[in-house]
Design a protein around this ligand. Sequence first.
Ligand code: NDP
Length: 287
Amino acid sequence: DKTPVTLLGLGAMGTALARAWLAAGHSATVWNRTPARADALAAEGARTADSAAAAVAAGPLVVVCLLDDASVGEVLADADLAGKDVVNLTTCTPGQARTRAAWARERGARYLDGGIMAVPPMIGQPEAGGYVFYSGSCELFDRHREVLAVPAGTAYAGADPGSAALHDVALLSAMYGMFAGVTHAFALIRREDVDPAEFAGLLADWLTAMIPMVHGVAAELGVGGESEEDASSLAMQVAGTPTFLDTARQQGVSPELLTPYFELMRRCLAERTGEGAPRSMVDLLLG
Ligand code: NDP
């Protein structure tokens, strides 16, 4: 028989997760602070619990998908976690995940932390490529590997419970850097006679062509890593920054998304000659 799943938190993500398990034939007990959000799932076969504690008591595997770490503490405060397998898919910091793992272990639970690399429409759609980083109890991960693979792919990031959150936040941080650049690029063309849809195609192709450069950064950061032949030297790039800032000014666009990165490039050139630029840029951020 398929493992029953308890799910606490029926926001956009929790609802998508519950739906995926129900569709795969798992029985599901759900709870949400605002009970009405469970109505649609109840109609699809989920059992609803009157309290979080009752939902936890209903089965061995408890999945939590709430807004933040504070809400996890509130919701689980009165639940008996002894002997439970707790999978926390609430986005949090690595430090919060480690503290939450110790907190759960003190209450007799096994604990796995998760960072979801997907948006709700990708849940239960394997071909969409979404997956979840998991870290913490390897025993729990192995025991429930198939259940966890129902809503999205799985990637075990290690026994340190903070590791999933660290990977999650690192990937999302890079995404925000990319969105910053995209926002600036569209602002530059906003008042001009440029078709945004056509421009989007050019932009997506350009970013795709640049993406493999992340492997070059990794090669430099690796043991004995060497900088590659400098086809685009840092000195050349720093010399070019006024072109970008002047263009922004001419287009009436605030340079606020560009200047922090340019500042780091300039600092790197001034302070760290003779080292590979990407490595020194990364190391400069470490202080
Ligand atoms: P929503 O804002 O849609 O839902 C938030 C949920 O948390 C609701 O169930 C809400 O209950 C509950 N909640 C908030 N505060 C409390 C509290 N103090 N006590 C009890 N319950 C509380 O968020 P999502 O479902 O989108 O996100 C949930 C988690 O999934 C987040 O950590 C998010 O970072 C993560 N995630 C979301 C993604 C997305 O694209 N949506 C992508 C990847 C990760 P109520 O209905 O009563 O308000």
